[in-house]
Design a binder for this molecule. Structure first.
Ligand code: SF4
Length: 91
């Protein structure tokens, strides 16, 4: 297992999860969220949050926040969530 993690640059060093999330996987997560009727922010707020993430140095692989490990396109949709940047939330 350790060898796989070291040899596979796409795998997370802290667990066996693949950190490269595909567009298809992200769309599926968003579909599931819509079906479960989570409290979500408006489209305008969602887009503003994603803009903040897009310009943030903590965004990894274009998909994932380095501080919480969340897929930002999923986290940013949820009304109860906030940016986890310590001491200086961006949203
Ligand atoms: S620290 Fe905040 S703005 Fe930066 S990627 Fe994470 S959620 Fe987005």
């Amino acid at each position: 297992m350790v060898e796989r993690l070291v040899d596979d640059p796409g795998s997370c060093k802290g667990c066996s999860a693949d950190v490269n999330v595909s567009e298809k996987q992200i769309r599926r997560m968003l579909e599931v969220m819509a079906m479960k009727e989570f409290a979500c922010v408006s489209e305008a707020v969602y887009q503003d949050r994603l803009q903040q993430c897009a310009h943030c140095p903590s965004l990894q692989y274009g998909t994932t926040c380095a501080h919480c490990g969340c897929i930002v396109r999923v986290r940013a949709k949820l009304a109860e969530k906030h940016c986890p940047l310590p001491g200086n939330r961006k949203w």
